[in-house]
Design a protein around this ligand. Sequence first.
Ligand SMILES: N[C@@H](CCC(=O)N[C@@H](CS)C(=O)NCC(=O)O)C(=O)O
Length: 242
Amino acid sequence: MAYELHYWPSIQGRGEFVRLALEAAGADYVDVAREPGGMKEMQSYWSDESVQRPPFACPFLVDGKRVIGHTALILHYLGPKLGLVGAREADRLWTHEIQLTTTDFIVEVHDVHHPVGTSLYYEDQKPEALRRAQAFRSERMPKYLRWFETILERNPKNKAGSMPHLVGGKLSYVDLSLFQIVEGLRYAFPKASAKVLKKTPLVLAVHGGVARHKQIAAYLASDRRIAFNSQGIFRHYPELDG
Ligand SMILES: N[C@@H](CCC(=O)N[C@@H](CS)C(=O)NCC(=O)O)C(=O)O
């Protein structure tokens, strides 16, 4: 039975981290809300009182009777099934820890343009966004990217001349997530991210390796890949870059 991914149909957002894993593995899945009637179906998980364990928000994955929310948990669940995580418990936990850190980073990326409230317009919180962006560019984005670079440097399985990986010697779902982070930062903060990424060659090597992955390259060229836009998590407001 096909996996069902439930996520907003017009943005990459957090759903993209799951899409990339499903696509890399060539998994059979339906992007439910992008199908006719799909939004209603997704919303039924919140409105239908017979759903005993409704997820708080999307993305959520439906696999038969299982309904699993939270991006990092979905990937923790899918990782072994899709062959996108190491078999050892230590590797699974470390991979999950990296994904949870990605979740934290994504919240900070989002809060640059919405530092006061998610339900308010960007235009109504612009002075705060400008302040938040300054700290994000000078402290938080470099700190996260440097951490990714450090763990790539310390992975003993990484060898010069081949694509590095965050965990062990094989592609895992966190490599795909790091690819998405680089894509998003380059879109939202082209100037600021270029300065930081210049100093993180291994992060760039992961990005390049994932972009060349056969299934991912096909996905990126397809209309299943939604373009970045001004509704997603990564938004390009030139005044927030620099
Ligand atoms: N921690 C959750 C966050 C989920 C989340 O914030 N989803 C957003 C879309 S990207 C949403 O629809 N939120 C609705 C809400 O918070 O009310 C995850 O990483 O999946």
